[in-house]
Write a protein that binds this ligand. Sequence first.
Ligand SMILES: [Zn+2]
Length: 504
Amino acid sequence: MNLALVHSRARTGVRAPEVRVEVHLGGGLPTMSIVGLPEAAVREAKDRVRAAMQCAQFEFPQRRITVNLAPADLPKGGGRFDLPIALGILAASGQVPLEALGEYEFLGELGLTGELRMVDGVLPAALAAADAGRKLIVPAGNGAEAALASRVEAYTARTLLEVCAMLTTRKALPAATAPASVAVPGADLRDVRGQAHARRALEVAAAGGHHLLLIGPPGCGKSLLASRLPGLLPEASEEEALESAAIASISGRGLDPSAWRSRPFRAPHHTASAVALVGGGAEPRPGEISLAHNGVLFLDELPEWERRALEVLREPLESGVVTVSRAARSAEFPARFQLVAAMNPCPCGWAGDPSARCTCSPDVVRRYRGRVSGPLMDRIDLHVEVPRLPPVELRPDAPEGEPSADVRRRVLHARMLQQTRAGKPNAQLGQAETSATCRLSNTDHALLERAVEQLQLSARSMHRILRVARTVADLADSPHIRTPHLTEAIGYRRMDRAAIAQPA
Ligand SMILES: [Zn+2]
C-alpha cells in the first residue's frame, strides 16, 4: 500500500474543522513535499518528522513522499500536524497497520527526538472529534484539557513510539483524565469595609449583568470591589464553562484545566495593545475581552487606555461577539463579558476629595474625562463614586462588610426572577423586551423623561436606565418598578453627561 489517510483538526476561531492528511509514496528520486502548509512551516515540519522517525528507529522511506493537507483553504499553522504526517508516512510504508488509523484523530508536534509536544486548541478539537464519532490522541501535556470534553474518548502519549506501539499491538494508551476541579475560594466582600454605595452598585450589577464604572481616588478600593464580582455571580453552566475554556485553549496563553469551572476574571493593564485587548494577529487569536467571555473584564485607569482599543469595545458590549480581521482572514470570537471599569476623578486623583488636595484645573479635568468617549460611557449602566474612606472606617476594629455569600443569595433570587420572566438577565434585554417588561406608571414615566432631558442622556441610556430599574425592583422582589427603584437607577447616571461631556 502506498497511500494512507490520517484524520486531524485545524484551529480557526473557536472551531476545529477536520483536516485530512493524505500521504502518498511514489517512485522516483527521494523527496518530500507537503501541500497545504505555508512554506516556512513545511520546511520545519519536514525536519521534525524526519528526525523524529529516525530517532525512533523507523525507516524514513527513500521515495517520493507527497503529503496533502485538505481542505486547502484552512489556516494550518504550527506543528500540530507533525504526528498525523509521521503516522501517514509510517502507514503508507507499511511500518504501522493502516487499518488501525481510521477510528482515531491525532494532534501533536514532534520534537527532534520523537517526543510529543503540546499544541493549542485541543478542547475545541476534542469536542469536534466526539461529534465525528472518533477517538482522539493528544500529547500527554494536553490530556487534562482534552478530558474536559467529557463526551470524547481521548488518550495521551508521550512519544511517537508510544502511538505506533498502540496502533501495532492495540494495547491501549493511558486515557486522558480531567483534574479535580478546584473550587478557588474567591475574594470575599467581607474584606471591603464601608463603601455602602459602591457595594450596592456592585450588587445591582451582579443581579442584572450590568456594566459598572467606579470613579474614585487611588487606593479607595476600586480593584478590591471589582475582583469580588465573579464571586457574586451564578455558577457557570457546563456549556458556558466549555465555551470559556475553548477560548482559553486557542488563545495561546494556555488553559488551566483545574480552574475551568470558575467564571473568568480578566484584568489587563492599560498599556496592553488593541490586539491584546480585542484579539487579532496573522492567525487571529482571541483577546482579553474574549478570555473574559461569560465572566468579568476589569479595565482599571480607563482614560489611560488607547482610545482606539476602547472604541472597539462598543460592538461586543452590544452584541456579545467581536469580529477581528487581518488581511484576507477574519474570525469571530464570543465576547459576552461584564465590564467593570475604574478611573480616577482627575489626573491627580483627588478631585472632589474633602481634603482639597486636587490641584487640577477644571479644563484639565474635563479633558481627562473626555478621553473616554460618550458612546462608550453610554454603554455603562452604573456609574458610581467610590470616595476615600475616613480613617475611622479603616481601623482594624471597624465592622467587617457583609459577606459575599449573603449578597449572592439576593443576586441569585433576582436572577431567577429574570430567567422566569424573559429567559435572560435584564442587561441582555432587547429594546422591545425592555418596553414589554420594564413598564412604568405615568408619573414615573414623566420623571424618567425629565431626568433624561436634564442629564442630556441618549435614547439608548433611557432603555438602560429602565433595565437597571427592573433589576433594582427584582432585588426588592417587586413585580412592578416603583418610584424608588427608578430613582435609584437614574442616580447611577448622575455622573454621566454632567461631568463627562464629550462629543460622540
Ligand atoms: Zn486632580
